[in-house]
Write a protein that binds this ligand. Structure first.
Ligand code: ZN
Length: 337
């Protein structure tokens, strides 16, 4: 049995690293709030890893190292992404609760990729690229099965028992529409999920039915900045200074928005490229070792196009860009003020 580097981050609260095989995120931080049979307080496990044998084994061995059984354990999910939620239906035992936000639950009906594909087609993305990208997106087999519907749904301000502590649910839409952070009441600790990560930038993409996910994200950063967080508990990697990181993330998106707007303006006068989603994304800067936009692997193109959508949606919402529907699909124009 492997011994995991489990750390006690707060009395009775343990971080269990769950390896995410083949994923650039490397590990998920799962957190276990220890209950006690004598007092009748149940354990709470926060986030669970992909639905893979590797993630399940790591979690169960980590829990065994802490002397914890899933029989006395509820599960709390910060958001719907498969690396956080995938394992929950496999792990939960009869009578146990799996909490997730009502808003993210709405998107767990298996239609997300259809909606996304429709928008890509409208934006002139070629069918062969679309199919190549779809083949690479995190497989449904690693996500929670659609047949599992037994979730306990959370709303803003809900209180959740967590071992000897109480958690308060704080709605932080952006990374997903129903992402929640959780304040560990009375301790200064905050479960951040993927809202604030310290050495990677959380991916912000478009969601059907959400007009401006980047705008939501920026407002959610301000919401968390108002809390005096002394112990940040992120969903991946190590923690740092929360307020400083929030200001860096806001600055990062401000620069990306300015870049995106400049590119739309330049492409309006370009003899070859067009101010369409594909070319705008290709002109933005990406941290990737590649010969050029057309050489990006399909999985990276999927994420890049989604991120570009989120920035264009925000510029539209700010009245700086308009979407124009033409014969060859949608293109974008800057609105001069
Ligand atoms: Zn995520």
């Amino acid at each position: 049995m492997t011994t995991y580097d489990i750390r006690e981050v707060l009395p009775g609260v343990f971080r269990i690293p769950v390896p995410l095989e083949g994923n650039p995120l490397k590990e998920l931080n799962s957190y276990l709030f220890l209950g006690s049979r004598e007092t009748g307080r149940r354990n709470l496990l926060v986030d669970t890893g992909f639905r893979t044998e590797g993630c399940k084994k790591a979690l169960l061995e980590g829990l065994a190292q802490l002397g914890v059984s899933m029989e006395d354990t509820d599960i709390l999910l910060t958001h719907l992404h498969a690396d956080h939620s995938g394992n929950a239906p496999e792990l939960i035992r009869p009578g146990g609760k799996v909490y997730i936000s009502r808003e993210d639950y709405r998107f767990m009906d298996g239609t997300l990729q259809e909606h996304r594909s429709e928008r890509f087609r409208e934006n002139g993305i070629a069918e062969d690229l679309l199919q190549a990208m779809l083949a690479c997106t995190p497989s449904r087999t690693m996500a929670a099965p659609l047949s599992f519907r037994d979730y306990t749904l959370l709303e803003e301000g809900d209180m959740i028992p967590a071992g000897r502590y109480m958690l308060r649910a704080i709605w932080t839409p952006g990374h997903t529409p129903g992402h929640f952070c959780f304040e560990v009441c009375g301790t200064g600790a905050m479960l951040l999920g993927d809202h604030v990560l310290f050495d990677i930038t959380p991916n912000i993409t478009d969601w059907w039915d959400v007009p401006d996910s980047l705008g939501d994200y920026l407002r959610s950063l301000d919401k968390i900045a108002a809390y005096p967080v002394t112990l940040p508990l992120p969903g991946h990697r190590e923690a740092g200074d929360t307020k400083l990181r929030i200001s860096q993330l806001k600055e990062h998106h401000k620069k990306r928005l300015a870049d995106c707007l400049r590119i739309v303006r330049e492409l309006q006068h370009d003899p070859v490229k067009k101010p369409c989603l594909y070319d705008i994304t290709g002109c933005m800067k990406w941290k990737i070792h590649c010969n050029g936009w057309d050489d990006f692997p399909p999985a990276q193109r999927w994420f890049a196009l989604g991120e570009c959508f989120a920035h264009l949606d925000h510029l539209k919402q700010e009245g700086l860009v308009r979407e124009v529907h033409g014969e060859t699909g949608v293109h974008y124009e800057s609105v001069e003020k």
